[in-house]
Design a protein around this ligand. Structure first.
Ligand SMILES: [Zn+2]
Length: 71
């Protein structure tokens, strides 16, 4: 299988980013056959959000922020 760099448009911010051959190989090695829909920046932001959701609920500020996001 020959993998080449590929330009993909981010589904979140619309930025065109390069899905490099190395990244594609890495994805394939994980069994992921779909191209990523998000640019690296949006992927990182999403990861941080997920961490926030599964993290501590002790802070009132965090709870207020989360309830805003869920509305
Ligand atoms: Zn993006």
């Amino acid at each position: 299988m020959i993998l080449e760099d590929k330009s993909i448009q981010c589904c979140v911010c619309g930025t065109t980013f390069t899905f490099t051959a190395g990244e594609r190989r890495f994805y394939a090695s994980k069994g992921l056959t779909n191209d990523p829909g998000r640019c690296p920046k949006c992927r990182k932001e999403r990861k941080q959000q997920n961490r926030g959701l599964s993290g501590s609920w002790s802070s009132y500020a965090d709870r207020a922020k989360l309830s805003r996001e869920f509305q």
